[in-house]
Design a protein around this ligand. Structure first.
Ligand SMILES: Cc1cc2nc3c(=O)[nH]c(=O)nc-3n(C[C@H](O)[C@H](O)[C@H](O)COP(=O)(O)O)c2cc1C
Length: 177
């Protein structure tokens, strides 16, 4: 299955991006094709309804991999109980054509115990672009931000959460793909 993963942090060593890279590793080792788009490495210009940005190379790439995907994963840091500005901006450039009838998994990293509010806000946006929210989701909070040199979460609990959630997400995505 072709899966697009958008890492929604604007921070170089973001834990949400490290978690996304670990998710990518797991998917690739299970034979899936992953298109990874990191909004820190590939910034997207501000969306404006007045401006056409058809020549922006990052935006062209993002739109192409979103269109080609069978399923989508979006990750975000929890900012003020919501998603990051860079992820919201990227999503404003996208719409039904990129999300309709595709299963979407939400992932967040929070400074508190868990990023429930950012996950529910992300799911509201996904519903409004006609994506199908995966009921299982992943949030890491304070005390769960450690990753080993090979990119795995230090905590077994986080690894287990990723594995069980990905199994659920992939089963659901395969039915709809
Ligand atoms: C502007 C801003 C707002 C934040 N708001 C929250 C918040 O409302 N709740 C929370 O648990 N953590 C909050 N945090 C902490 C981040 O969620 C936390 O540092 C998280 O690990 C960032 O993810 P990252 O490592 O992917 O950048 C905030 C951080 C920033 C910079």
């Amino acid at each position: 299955m072709k899966i697009t993963l958008v890492a929604g942090s604007n921070r170089k060593h973001a834990t949400s991006t490290k978690l996304s890279r670990y998710i990518e590793q797991q998917l690739v080792s299970n034979g899936h094709e992953v298109a990874f788009f990191d909004l820190y490495e590939k910034p997207i210009p501000f969306y404006s309804p007045d401006t056409s940005l058809n020549t922006d190379l990052h935006l062209i790439e993002l739109k192409a991999i979103m269109l080609q995907s069978h399923a989508i994963i979006l990750s975000t840091p929890d900012y003020h109980g919501s998603i990051s500005g860079v992820l919201k901006n990227a999503l404003d450039h996208l719409g039904f054509a990129h999300f309709d009838s595709k299963v979407v998994l939400s992932v967040s990293s929070a400074g508190g115990l868990v990023g429930m509010s950012s996950l529910t806000q992300l799911q509201t946006i996904i519903r409004n672009v006609h994506g199908i929210n995966c009921p299982e989701w992943i949030s890491i909070g304070s005390g769960q931000h450690g990753f080993t040199e090979d990119g795995a979460p230090e905590q077994l609990k986080v690894k287990e959460r990723v594995h069980t959630t990905l199994q659920y997400f992939l089963r659901m995505a395969a039915k709809l793909a």
